[in-house]
Write a protein that binds this ligand. Structure first.
Ligand code: SAM
Length: 220
């Protein structure tokens, strides 16, 4: 089984500190939502983010990265074969668990609506038989609870082409869910750090490279 974690993802409800910012209030009105029930999205809230989070402004509010990542992972051949488990860990140590059979909205606004529902209620479609649910958990606790050896994909890791990665059948792969900067979580506990390209890749590209490599090795 491959366990794939999108770590330190920039997915969070609009923080209280900027819920009253005019850009957020305007967006909330247009969506007939409370600011506290919306997901932070740099496309609409960049001014508000910049007003409060200076040096972090360029990375926060990126649900689009999570959407692209989940589209690739959930729709992969590997997932359809039942060999993939996907987790989204966020900057606030929320972990989203996703049942493999979950089909997520292709439309971005509908995906954001689903995430808002999830953060508001803790599970969707309901807490009795959830397809997605949230638990408070650090990255370290999540990796420990999975119990498989771990590889961090990082541009600072040991340069290895995907075909040459030592990839045991039971493995946890960690990919950063942020557009720039470094991991916020302590990642020194991982077993290995690997770079798969000279270039900085988008998280969903790194994800698909490793998924495809695992499919080639363990295709049934
Ligand atoms: C846009 S990058 C984030 C950039 C950031 N500077 C970093 O150090 O991770 C998103 C994620 O894709 C993965 N990634 C990007 N380039 C990579 C590379 N050359 N090799 C392995 N993983 C990479 C990493 O997991 C990274 O956290």
């Amino acid at each position: 089984m491959m366990h794939l974690i999108l770590a330190d993802s920039e997915l969070e409800p609009v923080p209280q500190a900027i819920q009253g910012h005019p850009a957020v209030v305007k967006h909330a009105k247009s969506r007939k939502k409370r600011p506290s029930n919306m997901i932070l999205d740099a496309t609409y809230h960049h001014q508000a983010i910049r007003s409060k989070y200076g040096s972090e402004a360029e990375r926060r509010g990126r649900p689009d990265i999570v959407h692209f990542f989940l589209m690739n992972a959930q729709e992969s051949i590997l997932n359809k074969q039942g060999l993939l488990r996907v987790y989204v860990h966020t900057r606030n140590n929320d972990v989203i668990f996703i049942k493999p059979e979950t089909r997520l909205p292709k439309s971005y606004p509908r995906f954001v609506g689903l995430m808002e529902n999830l953060f508001h209620n803790g599970a969707v479609p309901n807490s009795e038989q959830p397809l997605l649910w949230i638990e408070k958990m650090s990255l370290l606790s999540l990796v420990k609870s999975i119990g498989a050896p771990s590889i961090l994909l990082s541009e600072k890791g040991k340069r290895t082409s995907p075909g040459n990665i030592d990839l045991p059948e039971d493995i946890t792969i960690i990919i950063g869910g942020f557009p720039s900067g470094d991991f916020l979580s302590n990642v020194e506990f991982v077993d290995r750090k690997i770079s798969i390209s000279e270039d900085t890749l988008m998280a969903w590209v790194a994800a698909y490279e490793i998924i495809a490599e695992y499919e080639r090795r363990y295709n049934r």
